[in-house]
Write a protein that binds this ligand. Structure first.
Ligand SMILES: Nc1ncnc2c1ncn2[C@@H]1O[C@H](COP(=O)(O)OP(=O)(O)O)[C@@H](O)[C@H]1O
Ligand SMILES: [Mg+2]
Length: 354
């Protein structure tokens, strides 16, 4: 006896969407059932194309159908719900589903090259903004080195709820890493409109809620990766991190050029690893060693007529804070805490918040 659509619907009634905790039929996710002899193809509409539960839904549904008598082959293909369908399903207004809508300022942290402290600055600046009473979040968009979870001591993955991805909360910050989209150890191929589309969908369906600031840790460099991300996220502006030496500054020049060519505002430069403070008995400020040279960030800021937001010392405590997942800026009285408070204030002034 040949398999029928009714029989297929019956088994799909027993397959749950792990995020929404209801079966696929009740959720209205089953869109099309095609039967050709003993081969079955089912189209399922996901609430979002970057749905982290996608593979599980596919496996569960295919297995269930294959277990039916008279089925030799089962394949699930996906489509995505429209925003109206999604909103109806989740009992929300479409406007509520726009994850990024209540985020006031989206600011990226970029650098001409890796290893200059982009992630360190992102994390500590977010903490400084938080301490000033702003609601802040971080989007880790550096797929080449998604270090934000490490520097904040996060080891859990975000959960899906009602079709939206919930950011992890740590120290009062809302955090999402794009590494989640790829899954662990899966390299992302940068080029390709499908990947871009998936990232965009994914980003649009994070329930950020109300935020004053969303800081985005961009991939380093001046190639496709940071630019693709910057365009996808529709940034308000960029903060550029550099170290003082010449080679890093040449990278900054290219980096600034890249964003300026895309008409993305440069909010300022943060010079990291500016100096090392060596304790000297009897001298409270110690001795200042300018290991990577001096004045680089200032010169660059003057040349491009952008503010130098601040200078962060090379400080073992900052490195330790990063390794341990407790950003040093949490300690307001530390040199790091004070430095990032100054940087936050300079940023707020520049975007005319204070
Ligand atoms: N000001 C600083 N003082 C001491 N260590 C730092 C400082 N800034 C960054 N680091 C350390 O340098 C390394 C690279 O910094 P990171 O923020 O990961 O750079 P990026 O994100 O640009 O690759 C990390 O181990 C970090 O803890
Ligand atoms: Mg980094």
């Amino acid at each position: 006896m040949a398999v029928t659509k009714e029989k297929i619907l019956d088994v799909l009634k027993k397959v749950e969407d792990p995020g929404l905790k209801k079966d696929l039929v009740t959720l209205g996710m089953v869109r099309d059932i095609e039967i050709a002899g003993s081969a079955v193809r089912v189209t399922i509409a996901l609430t979002m194309s970057g749905c982290p539960m996608k593979n599980q839904i596919k496996d569960d549904a295919e297995k269930a159908i294959r277990n039916l008598e008279d089925v030799s082959e089962a394949r699930v293909i996906f489509t995505t719900m429209t925003s109206e369908e999604r909103a109806k399903l989740l009992g929300k207004e479409p406007s509520e589903m726009q994850g990024i809508e209540k985020v006031k300022h989206i600011i990226a942290i970029a650098s001409g090259k890796g290893g200059v402290g982009k992630t360190t600055v992102t994390v500590n600046l977010a903490i400084a903004l938080l301490k000033k009473g702003f609601k802040a979040g971080i989007l880790d968009a550096d797929m080449h080195g998604p270090d934000i979870p490490i520097m904040l001591g996060i080891d859990e993955r975000p959960l899906g709820s009602r079709g939206m991805l919930l950011p992890i909360e740590k120290f009062g910050l809302k955090v999402v890493s794009t590494a989640t989209l790829a899954g662990e150890g899966v390299p992302i191929v940068w080029r390709g409109p499908l990947v871009n589309k998936a990232i965009k969908e994914f980003l649009g369906h994070v329930a950020w809620g109300e935020l004053d600031f969303l800081l985005v840790d961009l991939p380093p460099g001046t190639g496709d990766a940071p630019l693709t991300m910057a365009k996808l996220i529709s940034l308000e502006g960029v903060i550029i991190v550099t170290t003082p030496q010449k080679v890093a500054l040449a990278d900054v020049r290219r980096c600034i050029g890249l964003f300026v060519s895309q008409k993305i505002q440069i909010f300022g430069i943060v010079e990291n690893m500016s100096f090392l403070r060596v304790p000297v008995p009897g001298v409270p400020e110690g001795q200042i060693l300018e290991i990577f040279g001096s004045g680089g960030g200032k010169k660059m800021a003057e040349a491009f007529r952008v503010p130098l937001l601040g200078k962060v010392p090379l400080d073992q405590e900052i490195r330790k804070g990063g390794d341990m997942g407790t950003p040093k800026a949490l300690d307001a009285d530390s040199e790091c805490g004070k430095t990032f408070d100054i940087i936050a204030e300079a940023l707020l002034k520049h975007i005319k918040i204070i």
